[in-house]
Design a protein around this ligand. Structure first.
Ligand SMILES: Nc1ncnc2c1ncn2[C@@H]1O[C@H](COP(=O)(O)OP(=O)(O)OP(=O)(O)O)[C@@H](O)[C@H]1O
Ligand SMILES: [Mg+2]
Length: 443
């Protein structure tokens, strides 16, 4: 059923006022829709899940209805995507900047140190990457008090959920086509999302540019054998390789080095990977650093505007402030994949301990202003059960970038990911069980 043109739409939906019968109907339809359209993930409670295709699947955790989000801030985030794509590319070209910015971190963080070793080897070889492919995702929260869009971080490796995020947007549109009139919501206010198609297109273009019809695309995944003997690889996509646990032995490190040395297009290359670290994010936020990498003044101003407060731990003034008011800060090590950050009283304890120890261990972390988005009531769906709770949301904007020598073939915003989590939870992981996939309703 199509919505009628010009129906009265509310700025935001008041969930308290939604009729229980209607909620139950939407829950049922949403669960059926998820099964029919593949909005599913492996079910960890089923032993053979993930081993036998088609066995042990459950709907992905999702929000029943899209979260309200101001259109102007959504546009702002979308406009930033090509600028961040360019910034990552420019930063990646400055080997000295990457090595120097991470030099103290290298001493105390063995994982970052190994990545830097591979990067050094590539610098020694003076290896030119003619085809450069970036599939990134920049995450933001809307700070309630200042009404500003602030960046959480850019992910340059294994930017997840491009597939499922598109499905959640479709699910929400479909629910609003059917129930929008009764809810006073218009399905057209859920923006289209083609993240997965755009990422696939970028990868296919990189493969085409490699120009060998027999060459393969290699996808590096967790706990998988990589038997690539004798095959030509055009594109290596790292769905894994961002966490120390992805390198249980020397052989994984050798494989990473081998791939980096090969002529294949790496997504990401070691320099893109390092450009996405939290330490580099913090270095870029220092005065006059963006100016080294971007030429356009307006672009620089737009990027700077979305930077939250970011500090190195050798900034004693801000460390003291964080010890006084730890709830206003987040401490982050150089890790990806969620669950690694330090919040609240732990920030204070860790900072005091590091101060007392007086070692270089402080170089493993950065300090960040904690962002407080507005809290709203949400229906969260997990394991077929609908649960109403106060939640906050985080918007991710995907960006695809492809450059061949000096020619930029592709530099675009490529869809979005909205994640919503219970307001009391610090971390935002969907797989970890804290957050659900969501989409947005433009207001
Ligand atoms: N400055 C901040 N203010 C408030 N919440 C934050 C802040 N930084 C991080 N978070 C929360 O912690 C989560 C994880 O942070 P971050 O993205 O920096 O770590 P990560 O390990 O790289 O995660 P991911 O797997 O999403 O890339 C975010 O999704 C967000 O919910
Ligand atoms: Mg990350």
């Amino acid at each position: 059923m199509e919505t009628r043109q010009g129906i009265a739409t509310k700025e935001a939906l008041d969930l308290q006022s939604v009729d229980q019968d209607l909620v139950q109907k939407m829950v049922y339809d949403a669960l059926v829709w998820s099964s029919l359209h593949g909005l599913v993930v492996g079910d960890r409670s089923v032993q053979r899940s993930g081993k036998v295709p088609g066995v042990g699947l459950v709907h992905a955790p999702f929000a029943l209805l899209p979260v309200s989000f101001p259109e102007s801030h959504f546009r702002e985030a979308c406009e930033l995507a090509p600028i961040f794509n360019e910034l990552v590319d420019r930063v990646s070209l400055d080997g000295k900047f990457l090595q120097e910015s991470l030099s103290r971190t290298k001493k105390v963080d063995p994982f970052t140190s190994r990545l830097l070793d591979i990067h050094s080897k590539m610098l020694e070889l003076n290896k030119k990457e003619d085809i450069r492919l970036g599939l990134h995702r920049s995450d933001y929260m809307l700070d309630e008090q200042t009404k500003s869009l602030l960046q959480i971080e850019v992910n340059t490796i294994s930017s997840s959920f491009s597939g499922l995020s598109c499905l959640v947007s479709e699910l929400h549109r479909s629910l609003l086509i059917h129930y929008g009139e009764r809810l006073g919501l218009d399905s057209k206010k859920v923006p289209g999302n083609s993240a997965v198609i755009q990422f696939a297109e970028a990868m296919a273009k990189a493969w085409t540019e490699y120009n060998n019809a027999r060459a393969l695309v290699l996808v590096v995944v967790q706990s998988e054998e990589h038997n690539i003997g004798g095959q030509v690889i055009a594109v290596v996509y790292f769905r894994a390789g961002y966490a120390p646990t992805d390198y249980p032995s020397e052989s994984e490190w050798r494989a990473r080095l081998l791939m980096e040395q090969s002529s294949a297009v790496k997504c990401p290359s070691i320099s893109y990977h390092l450009a996405g670290t939290k330490k580099i994010q913090q270095e870029l936020a220092k005065p006059n650093v963006l100016e080294r990498f971007l030429d356009n003044k307006e672009d620089i101003a737009k990027v700077r505007k979305c930077f939250a407060g970011l500090w190195s731990l050798d900034d004693s003034e801000n460390v003291s402030k964080a010890i006084e008011n730890p709830e206003l800060y987040v401490m982050k090590p150089q890790r990806e994949g969620g669950g690694n950050n330090i919040y609240g009283e732990d920030v204070k304890e860790t900072l005091l301990r590091l101060k007392k120890d007086g070692t270089d261990e402080d170089a493993a972390y950065i300090l960040m202003q904690r962002i407080f988005p507005s809290v709203s009531l949400t229906f969260l769906m997990r394991d077929g059960i609908c649960h109403k709770d106060h939640a906050i949301s985080e918007l991710g904007i995907y960006g695809a970038y492809l450059r061949i020598k000096e020619k930029v073939i592709m530099n675009e915003q490529s869809g979005y990911l909205m994640r919503t989590k219970v307001a009391s939870s610090n971390e935002g992981g969907v797989a970890a069980g804290f957050a659900v996939l969501d989409s947005l309703y433009l207001t």
